[in-house]
Design a binder for this molecule. Sequence first.
Ligand SMILES: Cc1cc2nc3c(=O)[nH]c(=O)nc-3n(C[C@H](O)[C@H](O)[C@H](O)COP(=O)(O)OP(=O)(O)OC[C@H]3O[C@@H](n4cnc5c(N)ncnc54)[C@H](O)[C@@H]3O)c2cc1C
Length: 422
Amino acid sequence: MPGRIIIITTADVIVVGGGVIGVCSAYYLAKSGRSVILLEQGEIASGCSYGNACLITPSHAVPLPAPGVIRQALKWMLKEDSPLLIRARLDFQLLRWLLQFAQNCRPEAMMRGIPILRDLCRASLALYEELVRTENLEFYFERRGALYVSSTDAGFEKSKREAELLAGYGFDSRILGGRNAHELEPAVLETVKGAVYYPEDAHGDSHFFVTGLGRLLPKYGVTIRTNTRALGLLPADGDRIAVNTDQGVFQCKDLLLAAGSWLPGLTRAFGVSLPIQPGKGYSVTISKPEGAPKIPVAHQERRVFVTPLGDRLRFAGTMEFAGMDLRMNNTRAQAALRGGREILLPFGEPRNIEYWCGLRPCTPDGIPVIGRIPRHPNVYVAAGHAMLGFTMGPITGKLASEMITGAPLSLAMGALSPGRFL
Ligand SMILES: Cc1cc2nc3c(=O)[nH]c(=O)nc-3n(C[C@H](O)[C@H](O)[C@H](O)COP(=O)(O)OP(=O)(O)OC[C@H]3O[C@@H](n4cnc5c(N)ncnc54)[C@H](O)[C@@H]3O)c2cc1C
C-alpha cells in the first residue's frame, strides 16, 4: 500500500551513532533496564573513535578556544603542515562558528570551561576503572600519566604557565628539565628544553574499548544495526518517534543522537542548527620500535601525541577545519609522525605503517553538548567532545542514560545544554 510505513523494530530508546559516545550511552541505558537499538551507518567505532591518540586525560581540561589561539591560527593559515589549520572558505556555518569560537577565546570563558571539563574527565576516568574491573575489557588500559615535552624555550614557558593555571583547579604536575624528562621516560631526548608531567592521566586503545564494549551490548539486550544510516524522522503514532533509515523504519519513545561530527545534519530535521564543526586530525600507527615510550608523550609545539598501545606505537594530532572532508592529506599525516619523532631517540625505519584521519566534533566553546533539544521533549543529543571524546565517553553515556530515564544526575548538566546555542 503506497505511503504505508513498515516499522521494523521498536525499542524504548534508539541511539544513533556507534562511536564511543553512542556505545557508552547504549551500555548505560541497557543497564538501567531500557530496551535499546543502536544504529550505525558504518561499523562500530568506524568514526573518530578508531585511530585517535587514546589518552584519557583530565589534564587536557583547558578548552580548545583559549587566549592566543586565533592569533596563532592566523599565523599558520597558509602553512600546510601546521598544528592548527583553518581552510578559509565561504561557508556561513563555519563563519558563524569561528565568530563564536573567537568570543570564547577570552580568559573568562576559558576559565569557566576548565572546571566543567575537569569534572567530566575525572568522573569518566573513574568509570573507566570501574568498567575495566566489572566488564573485564581489554584495551591496554594503563594509568602512567602523560608527559608534555617542549622543544623550545617559549614552548616550555607556555607549558609551565598552563601547569600553573591547572594547579589552581587542583591538577597535580611536575616540572622537569630535559635530563629529568629523559630519566622519567628514557625514549625522550635528553636535549629537549623541558617537560610537564601530569600523573593523573591514563591511556588505552580507543578502538578496542569501543568495539569491546560494543560486543557486550547484545548481552544486555541491545540490538545493534550496523551499516544502517538514519536519514530523518517520519510521522508516528502517539508519543512514539519513527526513525527513517536506509534499511527501514525503527520506532522508539526516546531518541539519542550521538553522531559526532555528523550531528548537525541530523538535528536540522528538527529545525535545530547546532554549531559543531569537524576538526580533522591524523594518526600514524606503527609496530612498536625498540626503546619506544611507555608513558604517552606529547610534543607541545607540534600538538602531537605519541601513545604506546600494546605492540604498536601511535603518533596522533594536528587540527584542521576543512568541513566534512575525510580525504587523507599526506603532508599532514607525515607532520604527525615527524612531530612525534622530533622529541624521541631515533628508532630507524617505521614498520607496518597505518595512516588514519578522523573528524573531532568541535563546539565553539570547547564544551560538549549533552541534553534535550528544545521543543522536542523526547529527542536528545550527546556530541561535541572535540579532543576529549574518548576521555569523556563513559561519563557522557552515563549522563545520557540518567537524563533519559530521569535518574539522579551524576553531575550538573546545565552548562552542557544545547539550549546555550539556540
Ligand atoms: C587525531 C585525533 C586524536 C584524538 N585523540 C584523543 C585523545 O587522545 N583522547 C580523547 O579523549 N579524544 C581524542 N580524540 C577525540 C575523539 O576521538 C572524539 O572526540 C570522539 O571519538 C568522538 O566520539 P563520538 O562518538 O562523538 O563520534 P564518532 O566516534 O565520530 O562516532 C559517531 C558515529 O556516528 C555515526 N553516524 C553519523 N551519522 C550517522 C547516521 N546518520 N546514522 C547512523 N550513524 C551515523 C558515524 O558513522 C560514527 O561512527 C582525538 C581525535 C582525533 C581526530
